[in-house]
Design a protein around this ligand. Structure first.
Ligand SMILES: [Zn+2]
Length: 168
């Protein structure tokens, strides 16, 4: 698995919070978030839900700091998270794939999620620069996204948001 792809954990979690609807409000919605990643699924409690909501807030803070040009604050926040949630690299050849590097996480579901998300975001910033982090500029949306390539002109998280704002 490409280590940068772990950064998708950040987008998937942070974007569960829409101003109009919080898609992370009970254990079923938490399970829905984790379903595409069976290795992160485990026994879930309300304490896990609360921890995931706090993690969501913390990750959003890091991305918003980066987008606001407060690079140091973003990096400090991320570094603190990496210390709290260490990962253990491990080679895997699961499901017939060639040997590739996985990040193995320990602890509760939120701990493991935080470890993968923080590592992925750190790798992504290291490879593409801190300017790769983006925040949708639509007033009705607070989604985050990652710029791909060197073009940093993207303003919306999706075509849907771009069209909606363009139509006003
Ligand atoms: Zn948007």
């Amino acid at each position: 698995m490409d280590l940068v792809s772990y950064a998708d954990l950040v987008v998937e979690l942070v974007n569960t919070h829409d101003p109009a609807e919080d898609a992370l409000h009970d254990l079923d919605s938490l399970r829905a978030l984790l379903t595409p990643r069976p290795h992160l699924l485990g026994r879930l409690t309300y304490r896990d839900l609360e921890a995931m909501r706090q993690l969501r807030q913390e990750l959003r803070g890091i991305v918003e700091a980066a987008v606001a040009g407060e690079d140091d604050r973003a990096a400090e926040g991320l570094n603190a998270m990496l210390i709290r949630h260490p990962v253990h690299p491990a080679l895997s050849d699961h499901d017939g794939h060639p040997w590739h590097l996985h990040l193995t996480e320990d602890g509760s579901v939120p701990d493991r999620y935080a470890a993968g998300a923080a590592m992925g975001l750190a790798v992504l910033i290291g490879e593409r620069g801190i300017g790769a982090l983006g925040l949708c500029t639509s007033r009705e949306c607070r989604n985050i996204f990652f710029h791909t390539g060197s073009d940093r002109s993207q303003r919306y998280c999706s075509d849907r948001c771009g069209k909606r704002d363009g139509g006003q």
